[in-house]
Design a protein around this ligand. Structure first.
Ligand code: ATP
Ligand code: AH0
Length: 406
């Protein structure tokens, strides 16, 4: 069978840039094989990044601006797709996640919300359920990427899952299952991006697919990055290798207090974003740090401990048993201090990265969207209902075929 050459494009909640992966794929699920030919991160132009972060933080924008930003993101994604395949025969498919600018899990009450209450008709709703579907908005429209690159593009992966009652996230677990499950060993795949998310993979036997669990664990690097920017007056954007935090000490009473927050207690399926673990949350944390007179290094150590402890506590709370091995991925897998804290908290669990299991820790999410696009073309489902809370498995993604000239 000839491999299909696919480009996966992803920009996550860190908004650091576009991760692009050029891969060759064969097989379907259990026989799935993926080879990473090239992977690169293309930073956003500074002004565009600032604008995206402002929108994510709730800044008001006009519809005209929204359209312009949607297209600007599509343009830089298309450029990333062109650049990643230089020196290779052209890809035949692009899977583009786009840029999340807003995410609202399901369960939101339409009638009791202060924003919608004023604009709803005053008469009684004929519908029995006041709860809305989830809402997740990714910018960088696939139609423009397809037109600019001349390559069929799949985008808007989250909407089909949301339409059947799911959170639309996390979507990577099904890919994790087929790329990283082990015949004998239970594993956790922990992504530490802006937000953290875990996939628990039981040993690949019997009814293993039905025993997979997955959820967003809470903050990954989002709060840490914001705190580093705050303490360095914008000179640094993240805590390289975790060395700044490593020079401080966590304030455990604060970590305990923060861990008592509702999100950490909520059972899966659950998803979150910068709407919760963003600027407002950080300022609340910084205010509470004042009472303990913490140095910047202590604050960073305390926030890193929140990330590590929220991950480990969620395993104890929601997994049937602890895994043999934890495979880290995402930018936070390079934070040596965080890795060390996870090792201490997890005791007998081996902590490695997905690189050590043959899947690039840096580009796993971009690779995942290439695979989801490939599954879309084969008509195979991409979501795992246990991970997203959807009523059923569905084929994910909107197809934007190439039409006319480039
Ligand atoms: N050498 C490093 N040391 C410490 N942290 C790092 C290092 N390299 C990257 N990071 C962290 O990783 C972050 C980027 O991670 P990644 O690209 O996985 O996030 P993302 O894909 O935007 O997020 P998400 O998975 O939530 O969608 C950076 O913002 C930074 O905090
Ligand atoms: C709405 C959204 O973009 N969610 C991201 C975010 O970043 C990490 C975590 O929160 C995860 O749920 C998801 O991304 C990955 C790629 C996923 O869907 O599996």
């Amino acid at each position: 069978m000839h491999p299909t050459r696919v480009i996966g494009l992803m920009s996550g909640t860190s908004v650091d840039g576009i991760d692009a992966a050029l891969v060759e794929i064969v097989g379907t699920d259990l026989d799935l094989k993926v080879e990473l030919l090239a992977g690169k991160t293309y930073p956003y132009p500074a002004a565009l990044r600032e604008k995206i972060l402002a929108i994510c933080g709730g800044a008001p924008i006009s519809m005209a601006e929204l359209a312009a930003i949607d297209d600007a993101i599509a343009l830089v994604f298309a450029q990333a797709a062109q650049n990643i395949q230089v020196g290779y025969p052209p890809a035949t498919l692009i899977g583009s996640h786009g840029q999340t600018v807003y995410h609202r899990p399901p369960g939101f009450s339409i009638s009791e919300n202060s924003v919608s209450a004023n604009i709803l008709p005053s008469h009684q709703s004929p519908f029995p359920y006041p709860q809305s579907l989830g809402y997740s908005l990714q910018l960088g429209r696939g139609a423009l990427i397809s037109r600019l690159t001349g390559i069929t593009t799949i985008s808007n992966f989250r909407v089909a899952d949301i339409a059947v009652g799911g959170h639309g996230a996390p979507l990577v677990p099904r890919v994790d299952a087929y790329l990283l499950s082990h015949p004998q060993e239970a594993r956790c795949i922990q992504n530490v991006g802006g937000i953290g998310n875990v996939t628990y993979l039981p040993p690949r036997r019997d009814d293993w697919l039905n025993q997979i669990l997955a959820w967003d664990t809470g903050p990954g690097n989002s709060l840490l990055d914001l705190a580093v920017q705050y303490f360095s007056n914008g000179a640094k954007s993240y805590d390289e290798n975790g060395s700044w935090a490593a020079s401080g000490s966590p304030c455990y009473p604060l970590v305990e207090k923060w861990l008592s927050q509702d999100y950490f207690r909520l059972p899966p399926p659950k998803s979150t974003g910068r709407e919760l673990f963003g600027v407002t949350y950080l300022h609340q944390c910084l205010q509470e740090c004042q009472a303990y007179q913490l140095s910047p290094a202590d604050v960073l150590a305390t926030i890193t401990e929140l990330t590590a402890a929220s991950i480990v506590n969620s395993y104890h709370a929601f997994l049937p048993r602890m895994p043999k091995c934890l495979l880290l991925c995402g930018g936070g897998s390079q934070n040596l201090y965080l890795k060390h804290r996870l090792e201490l908290l997890l005791k007998s669990v081996k902590v490695l990265t997905t690189d050590e299991a043959g899947v690039s820790a840096e580009f796993k999410e971009a690779i995942a969207f290439a695979i989801l696009a490939y599954w879309r073309q084969l008509g195979l489902p991409g979501n795992l209902p246990v991970a997203t809370g959807a009523d059923q498995e569905v084929v994910l993604g909107e197809v934007h075929p190439v039409t006319g000239d480039k």
